[in-house]
Design a protein. Structure first.
Length: 120
């Protein structure tokens, strides 16, 4: 069985700014349906971890590029069954200015949509 690591900056229903989130949700699931073992790697932006009922800590590392320990978590998107790995490094995702979120209901799931965001 092939193993695929799908790396993306957004994935529906966790974080969505455009069409990439839709592709990052549907393509890994389509590959999985073809028999591939697929994991989606996503930054653990503020609020993303709360989109999971259960997260399992897979490990942590220290880096010269980050002020804190970087942690890796695994969770399953309840609505789709998609396996997600979250890279939790808060100092890399700090927001300088406007961060406006709206909530949207889609297929029974609440989606956070970033309208404007300036990242440090």
């Amino acid at each position: 069985m092939y193993k695929v690591l799908f790396v993306t900056s957004e994935c529906w229903p966790l974080v969505k700014t455009g069409g990439l989130a839709d592709v990052s949700s549907s393509l890994p699931l389509a590959l999985q349906a073809q028999g591939l073992d697929v994991v989606t790697l996503l930054p653990a932006y503020r609020g993303v971890k709360s989109g999971f009922k259960k997260l399992k800590k897979l490990g942590s590392i220290n880096s010269d590029y980050c002020a804190e320990t970087i942690e890796l978590f695994e969770g399953i998107v309840e609505i789709s069954g998609q396996k997600i790995w979250l890279v939790d490094a808060p100092s890399l995702y700090r927001v300088k200015a406007d961060l406006t979120l709206i909530r949207q209901k889609r297929n029974g799931a609440t989606t956070a949509i970033v309208l404007r965001c300036f990242v440090a």
